[in-house]
Design a protein around this ligand. Structure first.
Ligand SMILES: Cc1cc2nc3c(=O)[nH]c(=O)nc-3n(C[C@H](O)[C@H](O)[C@H](O)COP(=O)(O)O)c2cc1C
Length: 206
């Protein structure tokens, strides 16, 4: 059976984004082995002085780490391993300030690691190492970023697709824009996106 990792940041009570993630789980939990990584509970460590320097020394300098430094990288390494082991990754996140919440960016910062999720080929060019993995992003936002005038300032979708793409992962986006802009008909927006989730699920788990 395939393995699916659901990486979720839905901190708000009554979260609309959580509805998309819950629907995905509801229709697929008997078709794939699902593991949930709740970033509000297991929050990636930010890259600060203490852990960034050992990370660079190990990943780029090949320096073996002492126990103390290895321990500082343990959590982010565990999150990386979870991503490596997944056949499918579903990222469930709202838009915050035109991009993803910092906690979600911290997850990408944790798992984009040299020789684990990306590397260099024989010509010295960078290449993603998770070429067999597929990703889906499920996002909601208050306004509609699929149309002008906001279309060009959705930095969430390019960030998500570039970070996954850098690791070799092809991504599908199902983004239910407009929780505030279309408040009076948001149930319809959600229903439309449930259909897209069902269609992709049929492709993934056929
Ligand atoms: C801190 C914060 C920042 C937000 N930034 C944006 C934004 O840049 N653009 C937007 O359209 N909506 C923004 N919103 C609204 C949320 O994206 C929207 O309400 C979304 O549906 C929230 O998802 P949730 O229901 O899962 O919490 C923001 C909300 C919060 C709490």
């Amino acid at each position: 059976m395939s393995k699916t990792l659901i990486v979720t940041y839905t901190a708000r009570e009554g979260s609309n984004t959580k509805k998309l993630g819950d629907y995905f789980t509801e229709i697929n939990n008997d078709k794939t082995e699902i593991t949930v990584l709740d970033l509000t509970e297991t929050t990636p460590d930010l890259l600060l002085k203490e852990n960034l320097n050992p990370l660079v020394a190990r990943n780029f300098g090949g320096v073996p780490l002492d126990d103390k430094s290895a321990k500082l990288l343990e959590k982010n390494d565990r999150l990386t391993q979870m991503a490596i082991e997944a056949d499918f990754i579903v990222l469930v996140t709202p838009m915050y300030n035109f991009s993803v919440p910092a906690t979600v960016k911290a997850w990408f910062d944790a798992i984009i690691q040299k020789d684990k999720t990306f590397g260099f080929n024989t010509e010295g060019q960078m290449e993603g190492l998770l070429k067999e993995t597929k990703a889906l992003s499920l996002m909601t936002s208050g306004s509609d970023f699929a149309i002008e005038p906001l279309k060009n300032i959705d930095f969430a979708m390019p960030l998500i697709n570039t970070c996954f793409g850098f690791m070799g992962v092809a991504t599908t986006n199902i983004h239910a824009y407009g929780t505030q802009q279309y408040a009076d008909k948001y149930d319809e927006v959600l229903a439309n996106n449930y259909k897209k989730i069902a269609a992709l699920s049929a492709e993934w788990y056929n």
